[in-house]
Ligand binder design. Structure first.
Ligand SMILES: [Cu+2]
Length: 169
Protein backbone atom coordinates (compact mmCIF):
# COMPACT_ATOMS: atom_id res chain seq x y z
CA UNK A 1 0.00 0.00 0.00
CA UNK A 2 2.76 2.39 0.94
CA UNK A 3 4.74 1.39 -2.13
CA UNK A 4 1.84 2.34 -4.39
CA UNK A 5 1.53 5.69 -2.66
CA UNK A 6 5.20 6.34 -3.12
CA UNK A 7 5.08 5.62 -6.84
CA UNK A 8 2.05 7.84 -7.25
CA UNK A 9 3.75 10.58 -5.28
CA UNK A 10 6.93 10.36 -7.35
CA UNK A 11 4.91 11.00 -10.49
CA UNK A 12 3.48 14.09 -8.93
CA UNK A 13 6.71 15.90 -8.24
CA UNK A 14 6.79 17.83 -11.51
CA UNK A 15 3.22 18.92 -11.06
CA UNK A 16 3.86 19.93 -7.50
CA UNK A 17 6.85 22.02 -8.51
CA UNK A 18 4.85 23.67 -11.26
CA UNK A 19 2.06 24.42 -8.82
CA UNK A 20 4.53 25.96 -6.40
CA UNK A 21 6.18 27.97 -9.14
CA UNK A 22 9.53 26.35 -8.43
CA UNK A 23 11.95 26.68 -11.34
CA UNK A 24 12.97 23.38 -12.79
CA UNK A 25 9.52 21.90 -12.64
CA UNK A 26 9.33 22.04 -16.40
CA UNK A 27 11.80 21.09 -19.11
CA UNK A 28 10.97 17.42 -18.69
CA UNK A 29 12.88 16.98 -15.46
CA UNK A 30 11.15 16.47 -12.15
CA UNK A 31 14.15 17.82 -10.28
CA UNK A 32 14.17 21.08 -8.38
CA UNK A 33 16.58 23.81 -9.35
CA UNK A 34 17.55 24.29 -5.72
CA UNK A 35 20.88 23.19 -4.29
CA UNK A 36 21.56 19.58 -3.46
CA UNK A 37 21.50 18.89 0.26
CA UNK A 38 23.00 15.45 0.75
CA UNK A 39 23.60 13.91 4.15
CA UNK A 40 24.47 10.40 5.31
CA UNK A 41 22.66 9.33 8.47
CA UNK A 42 23.40 6.24 10.54
CA UNK A 43 20.61 4.53 12.43
CA UNK A 44 21.81 2.85 15.62
CA UNK A 45 25.26 4.37 15.31
CA UNK A 46 25.69 3.87 19.07
CA UNK A 47 24.00 1.84 21.80
CA UNK A 48 22.23 4.99 23.06
CA UNK A 49 18.49 4.71 23.68
CA UNK A 50 18.46 0.98 23.02
CA UNK A 51 20.05 1.63 19.60
CA UNK A 52 17.06 3.78 18.63
CA UNK A 53 19.10 6.78 17.51
CA UNK A 54 20.25 8.67 14.42
CA UNK A 55 24.01 9.32 14.50
CA UNK A 56 23.84 8.59 18.22
CA UNK A 57 21.23 11.32 18.81
CA UNK A 58 17.66 11.23 20.06
CA UNK A 59 14.71 13.54 20.65
CA UNK A 60 15.51 16.28 18.16
CA UNK A 61 19.24 16.60 18.90
CA UNK A 62 20.03 16.11 15.22
CA UNK A 63 18.92 19.14 13.19
CA UNK A 64 19.05 19.26 9.42
CA UNK A 65 18.43 22.62 7.77
CA UNK A 66 17.95 23.08 4.03
CA UNK A 67 16.78 25.99 1.87
CA UNK A 68 13.30 25.86 0.41
CA UNK A 69 13.34 24.15 -2.96
CA UNK A 70 16.43 22.10 -2.15
CA UNK A 71 16.91 18.74 -3.76
CA UNK A 72 17.46 16.64 -0.64
CA UNK A 73 19.21 13.29 -0.48
CA UNK A 74 19.36 11.42 2.81
CA UNK A 75 21.27 8.16 2.84
CA UNK A 76 20.27 6.00 5.78
CA UNK A 77 22.45 3.11 6.91
CA UNK A 78 21.35 0.77 9.68
CA UNK A 79 24.12 -0.47 11.96
CA UNK A 80 21.83 -1.85 14.65
CA UNK A 81 20.07 -5.09 15.37
CA UNK A 82 16.53 -3.67 15.06
CA UNK A 83 14.94 -2.45 11.83
CA UNK A 84 14.92 1.34 11.33
CA UNK A 85 13.59 3.76 8.76
CA UNK A 86 13.32 7.46 8.04
CA UNK A 87 10.28 9.56 7.23
CA UNK A 88 9.80 13.34 7.10
CA UNK A 89 6.51 14.42 8.66
CA UNK A 90 5.03 17.79 9.68
CA UNK A 91 6.28 18.94 13.09
CA UNK A 92 4.21 17.76 16.02
CA UNK A 93 4.57 17.31 19.76
CA UNK A 94 2.58 14.09 19.50
CA UNK A 95 4.91 11.48 18.10
CA UNK A 96 3.11 8.96 15.93
CA UNK A 97 3.20 5.31 17.01
CA UNK A 98 4.68 4.43 13.61
CA UNK A 99 5.22 5.91 10.15
CA UNK A 100 2.28 8.00 8.98
CA UNK A 101 0.51 7.14 5.70
CA UNK A 102 2.00 10.04 3.73
CA UNK A 103 5.31 11.87 4.27
CA UNK A 104 5.49 15.66 4.32
CA UNK A 105 6.99 15.73 0.82
CA UNK A 106 6.50 13.22 -2.00
CA UNK A 107 9.18 10.55 -1.65
CA UNK A 108 10.43 11.76 1.74
CA UNK A 109 10.70 8.34 3.34
CA UNK A 110 12.55 5.08 3.05
CA UNK A 111 10.62 2.31 1.35
CA UNK A 112 7.98 0.75 3.60
CA UNK A 113 8.98 2.82 6.65
CA UNK A 114 6.95 0.73 9.11
CA UNK A 115 9.01 -2.32 8.15
CA UNK A 116 12.32 -0.46 7.94
CA UNK A 117 15.69 -1.62 6.73
CA UNK A 118 17.68 -4.24 8.57
CA UNK A 119 21.25 -4.39 9.84
CA UNK A 120 23.82 -3.48 7.23
CA UNK A 121 21.30 -2.16 4.73
CA UNK A 122 21.35 1.31 3.21
CA UNK A 123 18.42 3.25 1.76
CA UNK A 124 18.57 6.48 -0.22
CA UNK A 125 15.76 8.99 0.17
CA UNK A 126 15.39 11.76 -2.40
CA UNK A 127 12.84 14.52 -2.39
CA UNK A 128 12.34 18.23 -2.91
CA UNK A 129 11.92 20.38 0.19
CA UNK A 130 9.06 22.23 -1.46
CA UNK A 131 7.65 24.17 1.48
CA UNK A 132 9.37 26.13 4.22
CA UNK A 133 8.65 25.11 7.77
CA UNK A 134 9.60 22.83 10.60
CA UNK A 135 9.36 19.10 10.21
CA UNK A 136 10.39 15.94 11.99
CA UNK A 137 12.58 13.15 10.73
CA UNK A 138 11.20 10.08 12.45
CA UNK A 139 11.91 6.39 12.50
CA UNK A 140 8.70 4.82 11.23
CA UNK A 141 9.28 1.43 12.80
CA UNK A 142 6.51 0.96 15.37
CA UNK A 143 7.36 2.53 18.71
CA UNK A 144 10.70 4.05 17.79
CA UNK A 145 9.59 7.68 17.34
CA UNK A 146 7.60 7.48 20.57
CA UNK A 147 10.75 6.28 22.30
CA UNK A 148 12.74 9.25 21.00
CA UNK A 149 14.11 8.20 17.62
CA UNK A 150 13.55 11.45 15.79
CA UNK A 151 15.42 14.52 14.58
CA UNK A 152 14.40 17.95 13.37
CA UNK A 153 14.18 18.85 9.69
CA UNK A 154 14.00 22.59 9.00
CA UNK A 155 13.20 24.06 5.61
CA UNK A 156 14.33 27.68 5.54
CA UNK A 157 12.25 30.15 3.52
CA UNK A 158 15.51 31.67 2.29
CA UNK A 159 16.95 29.98 -0.78
CA UNK A 160 20.35 31.35 0.33
CA UNK A 161 20.45 29.14 3.43
CA UNK A 162 23.31 26.65 3.37
CA UNK A 163 22.31 23.03 3.99
CA UNK A 164 23.60 21.90 7.39
CA UNK A 165 23.40 18.91 9.70
CA UNK A 166 24.01 19.93 13.29
CA UNK A 167 24.08 17.73 16.37
CA UNK A 168 22.99 19.52 19.53
CA UNK A 169 23.85 17.59 22.65
CU1 LIG B 1 14.10 2.86 14.50
Amino acid sequence: MIRIRRLAAAGGVAGLLAALGVPGGGAGRAVAAGPVAAFPIVAAQTAANGEMNYDGTIKGQLVITVPVGAAVQLTLTNKGTLPHSLQIIPYTNQMPAAAVPTPAFPGAQTKDPQAGITKGQTAVVQFTAGKAGRYLMICGFPGHALLGMYGIFEVSPSAATKPTLVIKK
